[in-house]
Design a protein around this ligand. Structure first.
Ligand code: CTP
Length: 473
């Protein structure tokens, strides 16, 4: 079959011509071809395989392009990369690869297109379209990749044990593609992942996390996490999550399965936010529940302080996985730490002062926190569900009202420490802190508005109580 319509970019003509001049066969392969057949829109990352030197082909192509783009050559890998008009082209020579068990470093030999397709991860990623002039648009599909696209099946070209053992990252990629594309991993492949799961340890955490991020960016990450769990991969990547799995029963009292609950929360939040880090916060919001779980005869199961413990665990988890220890992590920690606050609010009468305190503590993240708490409602009891949702609507309304009145977010005290020092002719001392705190508390309680005059009057009153003398003018 011929698929010239996939190759509309002018660049393909240039590559084809260059390959013809060099007497090489050249093909576009991998994600670009897969996504064309899936009608996922044309990818701007294009992989080219040459039967011969990919580097020579890249250099020839670059010399023909306007602006003569620079070619980045990776000699060790036998690959070359160039960028042209928003497109990133990666060139590689067709190769045969064999691997040693303890390393990802293959022994590479030149090979035919067929050898090259064979060494790839999935049949749907091994589809190749010819770009030489005489055969432009011809499809080469030796492993029935098109059939697998139709069947929505992830299958490896070789025995799955070989494909996954050669490059264990592919186990993560299988789960990621299954989640992104809604495909099924065929049974022998799933079994091979389970059998090879321990080989993931030779893969760097950065690459594993990249795949986790991609799973987290899909509409239903639970699909991926369920697969990671089923194959046993999750226990080594995120043991904090698998520790949440299971229901214990003592004296007829059960708690919910916090692992499956968490996955439901993640799917829920994905309907309302694309913020990757808020999604991570949803994934991790209950991790403190495993180490804090206790059973009390009178009250049943408790998870006291799980939010605090959980937020501490976030740091360790990020560090272990080499995720950024920056404001993104702090954001996740803060959301985890505060994750029960609006829930407690929604169960009780929603008072202005409680809302003011919530806004004060959450600051600019208050909406994100509300989004998590709304996603956290997974009860199947429709009456309860309605009650919680209504209460959260009420909390959201009150947040707006309180904000309009008192501008609590990014709270700036209406009276500064300097002003207190001047008013009472004080040097830096603990009284200043006491007065500032008293004013802040009065504002949060709603005893005074967040305004200078009211705060000044309260400052003078409190100063008087503390025995301070007002400085004479
Ligand atoms: N590939 C592979 N094994 C890997 C990574 C990549 O066999 N561990 C092959 C596949 O044929 C893949 C191609 O290299 O299609 C390009 O890889 P990459 O750019 O990482 O992925 P894409 O398939 O293009 O998909 P995406 O951009 O969604 O990651």
């Amino acid at each position: 079959m011929n698929y010239t319509q996939a190759l509309t970019e002018d660049i393909f003509q240039v590559i084809g011509k260059s390959a013809d001049e060099l007497g090489l066969e050249a093909y576009v392969i991998g994600g670009f071809v897969r996504d064309f057949f899936l009608k996922r829109g044309t990818s701007k990352d294009i992989d080219i395989v040459a039967v011969g030197s990919g580097i020579t082909l890249a250099e020839k192509v670059a010399s023909k392009l306007r602006g003569k783009p620079k070619v980045a050559v990776f000699k060790n890998f036998g690959t070359a990369m160039l960028k042209h008009e928003g497109i990133e082209l990666e060139f590689v020579g067709a190769r045969k690869e064999s691997y040693h068990r303890d390393s990802r470093k293959p022994v590479v030999e030149n090979g035919s297109l067929d050898d090259d397709q064979r060494r790839r991860d999935f049949t749907i990623n091994a589809l190749a379209l010819s770009i030489n002039k005489a055969t432009f648009g011809n499809l080469l599909d030796p492993f029935e990749g098109i059939k697998d696209l139709e069947r929505q099946l992830l299958r490896t070209p070789l025995d799955p044990n070989t494909t996954y053992s050669d490059d264990p990252l592919r186990m993560m990629r299988a789960v990621r593609f299954a989640t992104q594309l809604g495909f099924t991993i065929e049974l022998p492949s799933l079994q091979a992942i389970t059998d090879n799961k321990d080989r993931l340890k030779i893969i760097s955490n950065e690459r594993i996390v990249d795949e986790l991020h991609k799973i987290m960016q899909t509409p239903e990450p639970s699909t991926g996490f369920a697969l990671l769990h089923k194959t046993g991969l999750l226990a080594s990547i995120l043991p904090e999550l698998t520790a949440l799995q299971g229901v214990e029963e003592i004296e007829g009292q059960k708690h919910k399965d916090n692992f499956w609950h968490t996955l439901e929360v993640v799917d829920n939040i994905c309907k309302n936010t694309d913020n990757l880090w808020l999604r991570w916060a949803a994934l991790l919001h209950d991790i403190g529940k495993a180490p804090t779980k206790r059973f009390h005869k009178k009250i049943g199961w408790t998870f006291h302080g799980h939010e605090f413990v959980g937020s501490k665990m976030v740091y360790k988890l990020f560090k272990r996985l080499r995720m950024p220890l920056n404001d993104k992590m702090k954001f996740v920690q803060k959301i985890v730490l505060m994750s029960s606050r609006p829930i407690i609010l929604s169960e009780e009468h929603v008072s202005d002062s409680a809302v003011r305190r919530l806004v004060f503590d959450a600051g600019e993240h208050v909406e994100d926190l509300m989004t998590l708490c709304e996603a956290d409602i997974t009860t199947k009891n429709t009456k309860k569900q309605r009650k919680y949702k209504n209460n959260f609507t009420l909390v959201r309304q009150k947040i707006i009202e309180v904000e309009e009145r008192d501008s609590i977010r990014n709270f700036q005290p209406p009276i500064s420490g300097e002003e207190i020092m001047t008013a009472f002719d004080l040097k830096p001392s603990k009284e200043i802190g006491i007065i500032k705190d008293h004013i802040k508390e009065a504002i949060l309680e709603g005893d005074i508005p967040n305004e200078f005059e009211a705060a000044k009057a309260l400052m003078l009153k409190k100063g008087n109580e503390l025995g301070l003398k007002i400085k004479s003018e």
